[in-house]
Every structure is written in C-alpha cells, then in structure tokens.
Design a protein around this ligand. Structure first.
Ligand SMILES: [Zn+2]
Length: 147
C-alpha cells in the first residue's frame, strides 16, 4: 500500500474496521510524511473454520480472538494498535494456510508465540488460561523458561 501523498511504499495500519460485504476500512498512517488516510479493501481470503476442543466447528471470529488477547494484556503497557497488529498477523497467517480448518489449539499457540515477544506477563496470563496448567509446578516451569 503506497502513501497517496508522498508515495512512500510502507504505510502503517492504525485502525481496521470490518464493514459489510467483506470490505475492510483501514486507517493508515504514512511513517514518512505522517499523513493519515483511509483505504477500503475488499477481503479476498479463504474462509476459515475453527475446530474447537470439543470437536465442534465454528467460523473464525476476529473479535473473539481479539477479546482473548485484550484480556491477557489488561493493564500492561501494550497499545490497542499493537494488539490489532497481532490479530492482523494471526488472521493473515491462518487464512493463507492451505487448509480451511484450523484447530483452536493451534491459534492459541500462535497467540502465545506473539505475546511472548511482546510482554511476558501477558504471555503467562494467556498461557495459563489457554493451556489450563494442571498444577502449579508446570506453571512455575513455564515461568522459569522465561527468566
Ligand atoms: Zn507519505
């Protein structure tokens, strides 16, 4: 996506809103001239079905994914923008896979990998909900791996 003002080839997405008819509205900012503009992008991505732990299937819900991450990042120095980027990256990664079905477990692993790089506390929080540590020892073990 080129900046319409200075033609810089990199622009930053600062906000994404899912619209109807599979058109996403994105607010972008150009890091070179700092101007902001809006793009409307038609989404042409693979459909995505999530296989939950109990074997039930549901269609991928971006908001749901975001909520889970937001919960882990509560009161942490992580901006909404960073969370949006993480969600974007995960969604793109999932939708560009060959398979249209993905296990919820694998999404959790993706989220953990991303959070680990951003914030250890958020990572541990997410991991503790997600992995459902069976005992305190396995939780401590995970903590130790990080320190
Ligand atoms: Zn620009």
């Amino acid at each position: 996506m080129k900046c319409p003002f200075c033609s810089s080839s990199t622009t930053k997405v600062i906000e994404t809103r899912e619209g109807s008819e599979e058109i996403n509205r994105r607010r972008r900012e150009c890091p070179s001239c700092l101007k902001r503009f809006t793009t409307y992008e038609r989404v042409e991505m693979n459909p995505l079905i999530i296989i939950k732990k109990d074997g039930l299937r549901e269609s991928f819900n971006r908001e749901k994914l975001k909520k889970g991450i937001l919960r882990a990042c509560e009161k942490r120095p992580i901006t909404t923008e960073m969370i949006n980027i993480v969600v974007d990256e995960i969604e793109t990664e999932l939708r560009t896979k060959k398979s249209e079905e993905v296990k919820s477990k694998n999404i959790g692993i993706l989220v953990m990998r991303k959070l680990k790089k951003i914030d250890k506390v958020a990572y541990i929080r997410f991991a503790s909900v997600y992995r459902e540590f069976t005992d305190i020892d396995s939780f401590k073990e995970e903590l130790n791996k990080l320190s």
